[in-house]
Ligand binder design. Structure first.
Ligand code: ZN
Length: 201
């Protein structure tokens, strides 16, 4: 995962606000976990209409929680040849702010492998966070900042019922940042054993 380059002066304040917003209020009632489970069940049955319904339910709950207008959802069998965004981390979905439409696809274009549930849900959360950027935070654009990735990650772990992961970043040229996966994964383990440790006390 790589952040976008900071924009020119006009939108720089919004970009910095997005970058600094590392936290996201999260539902505590477990509704998203149940909705995410339904997506997993539908994917295991390989039933596209059920996957779409389960995604729509998931997004309706999330939109209700964040008090934003509903967003549309299309679940496509395969990745379209042309996508709005060409980020390598977004091989599996996109979001159109004009139509408030999320598209996710269940198969990659090159190899016809089915997308794993984890990747699929992570993509859905990522695209929903673009929706939040426009509809809740009212940013002029939805940049891939460190804050954006952290908010999307927090939503994903909440929906999966897994412990949140602290992300570690390394600066790369052009004012951009990439995730240091080695430290992030080590940190994640340390964080988990910390939880286990305190649970055993
Ligand atoms: Zn994105």
């Amino acid at each position: 995962m790589l952040t976008d380059s900071p924009p020119r002066k006009k939108n720089l304040a919004g970009f910095q606000e997005s970058d600094g917003s590392r936290r996201l209020d999260l539902p505590k009632d477990g509704y998203l976990v149940a909705a995410a489970k339904s997506i997993e069940v539908a994917m295991n049955e390989n039933a596209s209409p059920s996957v779409r319904r389960a995604c729509a339910e998931f997004l309706a709950i999330a939109s209700g929680f964040y008090e934003v207008p509903a967003c549309g959802i299309r679940v496509l069998a395969a990745r379209p040849l042309r996508v709005r965004e060409n980020w390598t981390s977004e091989l599996f979905g996109d979001y159109d702010p004009n139509t408030k439409q999320i598209r996710v696809w269940m198969r990659t274009a090159v190899r016809k492998d089915i997308t794993s549930f984890g990747t699929f849900l992570s993509t859905l959360c990522h695209e929903f966070c673009h929706h939040l950027d426009f509809q809740r935070f009212r940013f002029a654009d939805s940049w891939h900042t460190r804050g954006f990735y952290e908010r999307a990650g927090a939503l994903y772990h909440n929906a999966r019922g897994t412990p949140p992961k602290k992300l570690f970043w390394v600066q790369v040229p052009g004012g951009r940042w990439r995730i240091d996966w080695q430290r992030t994964n080590q940190g994640g383990q340390a964080f988990q054993s910390e939880i286990q440790f305190s649970a055993h006390k």
